[in-house]
Design a protein around this ligand. Structure first.
Ligand code: ARG
Ligand code: ZN
Length: 430
């Protein structure tokens, strides 16, 4: 991890917006991943643990919920951060002693699983379509976009590919629509890759698309009657940056005018509870909410695209990692939506089916109870602004062993879990 220079004129360390430049991947040798418990108790004694770890020790928050905080700490800050925890009697656990090893293992696993296909590469190439898409490894943005084009080409009568806008760095934001029904009743929106480093999310959303279309003609009516929208990568700039420069990048890549930092957390940028809890006004923070609601192109074009199509929009599914949860509104306030029992029931069904099928245990809950209060999320916005009924954020695998750096050998089963949720929701709408 590079040395940090104060960039925003304040005394605190710059956070998530540090520039490493030149496309040289940032390394995380001996960066440790910690899980710190009883955060809320400490908060009550006015010790904002996450904030201190971020600002004093250059920590990168991976996950924060009511029970614990997962945070990675660079080698050079480990000792001081440890003393801080000890001084405040904060219990913790080392999830990984070397994040770079996780990243290296992730790459190797991908190479191995792609090469170890029976019948060699030639056979594999003929089995996959023109895009070369498969779910044995993570893919670059171009392959994902090629896959979306491939689906459109194979289903010219029912598939439409939209470029709904461009990012700060000029990349296209693409949505694929599948519909056999000109009347467009019962629409389902699915997005992935709001957060750059959650690679399993675009992998899952492309898999859901594949699973749906690979046997489209024989799919049950409740799937075929729907109009489907797939935004496989909502944050293409961030995704590319995470694949080329900083594996742990979360936000988009728009430059800040106020500080020498980059990126807005797109899941804090939507126009719902924007000015409230759970986001930051600091452009260098990983949860920076931006200068105003929908200040970001990604947010703005998604919001506009959906606002035009809110009629009969029945489901909004957004895939994240990690934590193994299916959660529903609200997140911006500690209140449940009034039909929470319906959302809980459908989530329970999905979670039960996942347990049966893959043996993985997911938890179904209202968001604020398990992830804490945070405004500006796309999930809450789709319910509040568009009136979508089935709104779910799906936190895919795992529970912290690998975190964002989930080895490719787990992609298929995890993506199947993502499919099971989408299928259960589609069935509930029927
Ligand atoms: N991990 C996601 C995030 O922090 C959880 C989203 C839950 N919804 C929400 N509106 N906060 O963005
Ligand atoms: Zn996320």
């Amino acid at each position: 991890s590079g040395t940090m220079t104060a960039l925003n004129g304040s005394s605190s360390l710059p956070l998530a917006g540090i520039e490493y430049g030149n496309g040289i991947p940032e390394r995380f040798d001996e960066t440790q991943l910690w899980r710190i418990y009883n955060i809320t108790d400490a908060m009550q004694q006015s010790i904002p643990v996450g904030q201190v770890m971020e600002q004093k020790f250059g920590g990168n928050i991976w996950k924060e919920n009511s029970k614990f905080l997962d945070i990675s700490i660079g080698k050079e800050h480990v000792k001081a951060a440890r003393s801080f925890l000890d001084a405040h009697r904060l219990e913790s656990e080392v999830l990984s002693g070397n994040v770079q090893e996780l990243i290296d293992a992730e790459q190797l696993d991908g190479i191995n699983s792609t090469l170890s296909l029976p019948g060699s590469r030639i056979k594999k190439a003929s089995r996959s379509g023109s895009s070369g898409m498969h779910w044995k490894d993570y893919h670059d943005l171009e392959t994902i976009y090629a896959f979306m084009r491939e689906v459109r080409a194979k289903f010219p009568d029912i598939a439409r590919l939209y470029t709904i806008g461009q990012t700060a760095e000029g990349r296209d934001i693409k949505v694929l629509r599948i519909s056999e029904n000109p009347r467009e009743y019962k629409k389902i929106w699915i997005d992935g890759g709001i957060h750059a480093r959650e690679w399993i999310s675009p992998a899952t959303v492309t898999y859901i698309l594949y699973h749906l279309m690979s046997k489209w003609e024989t799919q049950p009516k409740y799937l075929r009657e729907k109009t489907w929208y797939f935004l496989c990568v909502m944050n293409p700039d961030g995704y590319v940056y995470s694949r080329t420069v900083n594996r742990l990048w979360r936000k988009n890549r728009s430059p800040s005018r106020r500080a020498n930092c980059f990126g807005v957390d797109l899941n804090r940028n939507f126009d719902i509870g924007w000015n409230g809890y759970g986001s930051s006004t600091n452009p260098c923070s990983d949860t920076y909410r931006g200068t105003s609601p929908a200040s970001e192109q990604e947010t703005k074009v998604v919001a506009e695209f959906l606002a035009k199509r809110k009629h009969n929009l029945d489901a909004y599914l957004t895939y994240h990692s990690y934590g193994q949860m299916v959660v529903y509104p609200w997140a911006y306030k500690a209140v449940k939506v009034k039909d929470a029992n319906v959302l809980q029931r459908v989530a329970n069904t999905a979670v039960d089916r996942i347990a049966q099928k893959t043996g993985t245990s997911y938890r179904a809950s209202v968001t604020h109870e398990v992830l804490g209060i945070a405004g500006g999320g796309s999930d809450d916005w789709s319910r509040a602004a568009l009136g979508v009924q089935y709104v779910y954020t799906i936190e895919l695998r795992d529970r912290g062993t690998y975190g964002f750096v989930l080895p490719p050998k787990y992609i298929k089963d995890t993506a199947l879990e993502g499919w099971i949720v989408a299928d259960a929701v589609a069935q509930a709408i029927a």
